[in-house]
Design a protein around this ligand. Structure first.
Ligand code: ACO
Length: 431
C-alpha cells in the first residue's frame, strides 16, 4: 500500500483504489477502508484489531510509547493529583471539567440515585453464597433494565442521561451488595452524606451492630483507584459495550456485556494474578531466583503487573498507584508490610535488568493495585468488581458518544472463511 497526498492506494487484482487518510487531533493517521469492500471484492484481516480503528472518539487518548494517558485532553496524573472521581465522571461523560454549579448538580443527581429498587435485594437470594461476585454483577446489572424501564428508550437524550446517572450511582451499591451477600452479612444502605468512594467503603465494611468511621486516607485511595480505572479507550470491554449498543440494546444490557468481558483474566483479572505472584514470592530474598525463572523462556513464568500491549513505557497510572500504596500502608500502620517490600524491590530489580529494558517492560496499573486493595480489606475476588464499578463511567460515556454519532451503524465484523466449501447433504444412514 503506498501513500499519495492525503490518500493511500491499494492494488488488488490489477485494480488500484484510492483510500482516504483521516487525521485525528493527535496520534497516527488512519486509512479509511470503509468503502473498500463496496468498491472491490476484498476485506482486510486484523484479528485482535491491533491495526484497526473501529470508531472516532474524543474521550481518551493513549500514547503507549510515551506513557501518556489523556482524558478529554487532561493528563491522568493532573486529574488524579488535583481532582476526584466525581469530577472525572463529569469530564468523561460531558466532555469538560465542571464548574462549581455543574459539579453540585451532577453530584446531587448521582447521590439521589444511589439506592436500588428494594425488590432487587431479593434477586441476590437466588444466588449461591459462594458464587463469584462477578457472576452476580453480570446478572444484577443486566437486571437493572427490568427495574428501570423508564430509562431504556435510547432515542430519548434525557432517558439516556438518567440511565447513565443511575449506573454511575448504583454500581457501588450493587458491588457492595455482591460483597456482603458473598460474606453473609446484611446489606448496608447507601449514605448520601458521604462522598462517592467513602460511601462505597461504608457499604462494604460497615455492619449494623456498630458505628463505622471511614478512614479518609483509604477513601482518598479508593477514589484514586476509581479514577485510574475510569476509562482506557477502545479496550476489549469498552469495544464490547459499543458493539452491544450498536444494535440498539438498552444501556443496562450493554454495561452488563462489558462486565462479562472484563471478567476475563487477560483483561480485568491481572491485578489478582499480580497479588498472587507477590504472595508466592513472599520475601525479598526469593526475588533473584524468581527473576531468573521469568527470564527462562521454558518456565512460562511472567512477571505479572509488568508489560502492556499498548504501554511500552511506564504506565502513567502505575506511578500514581505506587504513591497511593505508600499512603495506604502508612495510614494502616503497616508500612513495613513484607509484600510491599517485595513489590518495591522486585520493581527496582526488574527496571535495572537488561531483559526487561530490552523488551520495554515497565510496571502497569495492576502491579500495585492488588496489594493496596488487599491492605484495605478486599478479598481478591472483589478486585475485578471494583474495576467494573470504576470503568462503568468510561463504558457509559463511550456508549453515549456512539449513540450520538450520526455515522453510527450496527457493528458487523467480517471474516476470512476457512471452512468447507459447498457440499451436498448426506442422509444419516449413509454417514
Ligand atoms: N514478564 C516477562 N516477560 C514478558 C512479560 C512479563 N510480564 N511481558 C512480556 N514479556 C516478554 C515476552 O516473553 C516477549 O519476549 P520475547 O520477545 O523474548 O519473546 C516480549 O516481552 C514481548 O511480549 P508480548 O507477549 O509479545 O507482549 P504483548 O504486548 O503481547 O503482551 C501483556 C502484553 C499480555 C500485558 C504482557 O506484557 C503480560 O503478559 N504481562 C503480564 C500480565 C499483566 O500484567 N497484565 C496486565 C496488563 S494491564 C491491564 O490489562 C489493565
Amino acid at each position: 500500500m503506498a501513500e499519495k497526498a492525503n490518500t493511500a492506494q491499494i492494488t488488488f487484482e490489477g485494480k488500484t483504489q484510492e483510500l482516504p487518510i483521516l487525521e485525528g487531533t493527535i496520534g497516527p493517521h488512519v486509512i479509511d477502508i470503509a468503502k473498500l469492500y463496496g468498491q472491490s471484492d476484498v476485506f482486510t484481516y486484523d484479528p485482535g484489531f491491533t491495526s484497526t480503528a473501529a470508531c472516532k472518539s474524543a474521550i481518551t487518548y493513549i500514547d503507549g510509547d510515551a506513557g501518556i494517558l489523556l482524558h478529554r485532553g487532561y493528563p491522568i496524573e493532573q486529574l488524579a493529583m488535583n481532582g476526584d472521581f466525581i469530577e472525572t465522571c463529569y469530564l468523561l461523560y460531558y466532555g469538560e471539567l465542571p464548574n462549581k454549579e455543574q459539579r453540585k448538580t451532577f453530584e446531587t443527581a448521582i447521590t439521589r440515585h444511589t439506592m436500588v429498587h428494594e425488590q432487587m435485594a431479593r434477586l441476590f437470594s437466588g444466588f449461591r453464597r459462594d458464587a463469584h461476585p462477578m457472576a452476580v454483577m453480570v446478572a444484577v446489572v443486566g437486571a437493572l433494565s427490568a427495574f428501570y424501564q423508564d430509562s431504556t428508550d435510547i432515542t430519548d437524550p434525557r432517558q439516556r442521561e438518567i440511565a447513565s446517572h443511575r449506573m454511575i450511582a448504583k454500581l457501588p451499591t450493587i458491588a457492595a451488595m455482591a460483597y456482603k451477600y458473598h460474606i453473609g452479612q446484611p446489606f448496608i444502605y447507601p449514605r448520601n452524606d458521604l462522598p462517592y468512594a467513602a460511601n462505597f467503603l461504608h457499604m462494604c465494611f460497615a455492619v449494623p451492630a456498630e458505628k463505622y468511621e471511614v478512614n479518609p486516607v483509604l477513601a482518598r485511595a479508593m477514589d484514586r483507584i476509581f479514577m485510574l480505572h475510569a476509562d482506557h479507550e477502545q479496550n476489549a470491554s469498552t469495544s464490547t459495550v459499543r458493539l452491544a449498543g450498536s444494535s440498539g440494546a438498552n444501556p443496562f444490557a450493554c454495561i452488563a456485556a462489558g462486565i462479562a468481558c472484563l471478567w476475563g483474566p487477560a483483561h480485568g483479572g491481572a491485578n489478582e494474578a499480580a497479588l498472587k505472584m507477590l504472595e508466592e514470592i513472599g520475601t525479598a530474598d526469593k526475588i533473584p531466583s524468581f527473576i531468573e525463572k521469568v527470564k527462562d523462556k521454558s518456565s512460562n513464568v511472567r512477571l505479572m503487573g509488568f508489560g502492556h500491549r499498548v504501554y511500552k513505557n511506564y504506565d502513567p497510572r502505575a506511578k500514581i498507584m505506587q504513591e497511593t500504596a505508600y499512603e495506604v500502608f502508612d495510614a494502616l500502620g503497616v508500612a513495613d508490610d513484607p509484600l510491599l517490600e517485595v513489590a518495591k524491590q522486585l520493581e527496582q530489580i526488574a527496571l535495572s535488568d537488561q531483559y526487561f529494558i530490552d523488551r520495554k517492560l515497565y510496571p502497569n496499573v495492576d502491579f500495585y493495585s492488588g496489594i493496596i486493595l488487599r491492605a484495605m480489606g478486599f478479598p481478591t475476588h472483589m478486585f475485578t468488581v471494583l474495576f467494573a464499578l470504576a470503568r462503568t463511567v468510561g463504558w457509559i460515556s463511550q456508549w453515549k458518544e456512539m449513540i450520538e454519532d450520526p455515522s453510527q451503524r450496527i457493528g458487523r465484523p467480517r471474516q476470512l472463511y476457512v471452512g468447507p466449501t459447498q457440499r451436498d447433504y448426506v442422509k444419516a444412514e449413509k454417514r
